[in-house]
Design a binder for this molecule. Structure first.
Ligand SMILES: *Cc1c(COP(=O)(O)O)cnc(C)c1O
Length: 463
């Protein structure tokens, strides 16, 4: 049951969520390094700094709300993934988590590849100089124009997602006289979310071609026959915010099983497998994600073992982390506008953003943390719900969290771990303009995506 759907109705939803925040944290001023970017610290004067910059200065200079990204932390995480997987593997950053030209340049410099899934993401990648051969193009319904663009700029891989697309990509490639390297995305009957995974016989979802019923084997058969395609391997992506390797283990076993079938039927060993992304991060202190080195080790062992069992040479492995790289590197900085203490319930803390800059709480019941960052406080804990300024009662940023009970209008609060799926899913609901993304590093702040303006909004509205 969703926590927001209390059986007695929302007026009675005053119970604390089970297992979460049953007690306030020991120290409301503490900043758990699990959920905050690497360089975030609280100064002796009580204010928080990131990349050597005081958040009050960031707010003064750039306004709020703002996404504040720790560039060194982003680079360090990208590099850690690259190093953990080493030369025998490829790390594709999933651009949908957050993409901008600066981020593309950082990825390029740190030796990562890039996943895109739309013409806009491809344009951003190319505009920032990512070599096309390091780009993989995803999506369950790429338009013909998108396929044309991907083939003609020479993207490294196109991930085929349907029988129609096998024919479409082959046709486009052939008409341009090229053989396009492709993967076939299969659904392996595993759905993984956070601490659980479900292994099912079939997949009830829009992505990929099911292994079940021989559909994936048939897709391989067709792709191998088409001159326009070079089938490099098989792709599988099982879910998101996953903490446990068990789902990957089942997926790898089933993908390697397909590789063995392909060898037996066609006499070819496909050289690549892509196990997708979905690795979890800490949104609250209770989450315990694994690091890239542990993940690389586990995945390497799983694939090695399965290949040995099937008598196959170990293929080149790809992974596609998005959230695990960018998620922890940024926080959203808000200014508190109003406080509404509701007796016996909680205090509603309204900030100057909301569901337009972070839709995940409303959309997935996601959990976040929050801290007062413009000063320290010795006040006691206050059960708070951080809400936005939108005309919608579901406009919640942090459902349940403790803030100091001397919190006042004008204070700055920050929600950590908003680097992934916040700016990239931001909307203009209520014609609210989208916040900027600021990169901080070595005491300096740089705008990498500027704040949207009313002029930007009106430019699209041609009357
Ligand atoms: C969304 C997605 C990813 C990235 O997921 P994260 O949870 O951000 O790691 C990787 N691969 C594919 C195919 C995806 O759809």
């Amino acid at each position: 049951m969703s926590r927001s759907a209390h059986p007695a109705g929302p007026r009675h939803a005053d119970v604390l969520p089970e297992g979460h925040y049953t007690a306030p944290p020991a120290d409301l001023n503490a900043l758990d390094p699990k959920v905050w970017a690497g360089s975030v610290t609280r100064d002796a004067d009580g204010a928080v700094r990131v990349g050597g910059v005081d958040v009050r200065e960031i707010a003064r200079e750039h306004g709020t709300p703002a996404y504040v990204m720790d560039e060194d932390d982003f680079r360090a995480r990208a590099r850690a993934w690259r190093e953990a997987f080493g030369e025998g593997a490829d790390v594709y950053y999933a651009g949908k988590a957050f993409l901008s030209k600066a981020v593309v340049r950082w990825l390029h410099e740190e030796g990562l590849n890039l996943d895109v899934c739309s013409a806009g993401e491809l344009a951003t990648a190319l505009a920032a100089g990512m070599p096309a051969e390091r780009i993989a193009y995803h999506g369950n319904n790429k338009s013909l124009a998108e396929i044309e663009r991907a083939v003609t700029v020479g993207v490294g891989h196109i991930v085929l997602d349907s029988f129609q697309e096998i024919v479409r990509v082959a046709h486009v490639a052939q008409s341009h006289g090229v053989r396009q390297k492709v993967l076939i995305r299969v659904t392996v009957g595993v759905e993984a979310h956070t601490h659980e995974f479900i292994a099912t016989a079939h997949e009830d979802q829009k992505f990929g071609i099911p292994l079940a019923g021989g559909q994936a084997a048939e897709a391989v058969r067709r792709a191998l026959q088409l001159d326009g395609l070079e089938l490099a391997g098989i792709h599988s992506h099982i879910g998101s915010q996953i903490f446990d390797m068990a789902g990957f283990e089942v997926a790898a076993r089933r993908v390697v099983g397909l590789l063995a079938e392909i060898r037996d039927e066609h006499g070819v060993e496909l050289p690549e497998i892509d196990l997708g992304g979905g690795l979890g991060i800490a949104y609250t202190s209770e989450d315990d994600p694994q690091g890239p080195h542990e993940i690389a080790k586990s995945l390497g062992e799983i694939v090695g073992r399965e290949c040995e069992g099937a008598g196959l040479a170990v293929p080149r492995i790809s992974v596609e982390p998005g959230r695990a790289i960018v998620g922890p590197t940024a926080f959203t900085l808000y200014e508190v506008g109003t406080l509404k203490p509701l007796d016996g319930l909680r205090t509603y803390v309204s900030v100057d953003g909301g569901m337009s800059d972070n839709i995940r709480t409303a959309l997935y019941d996601a959990e976040y943390s929050v801290a007062l960052v413009s000063r320290a406080s010795d006040a006691g804990p206050m059960l708070a719900r951080v809400v936005g300024k939108h005309c919608e009662s579901g406009d919640i940023v942090v459902r349940d969290a403790f803030l100091p009970d001397d919190l006042a209008p004008g204070d700055l609060i920050a929600v950590p771990a908003t680097g992934a799926y916040c700016r990239s899913m931001a909307s203009n609901y209520n014609h609210v303009t989208r916040p900027p993304v600021l990169a901080v590093k070595d005491g300096g702040t740089r705008v990498i995506v500027r704040r949207e303006t009313e002029e930007d909004l009106l430019r699209l509205d041609v009357g």
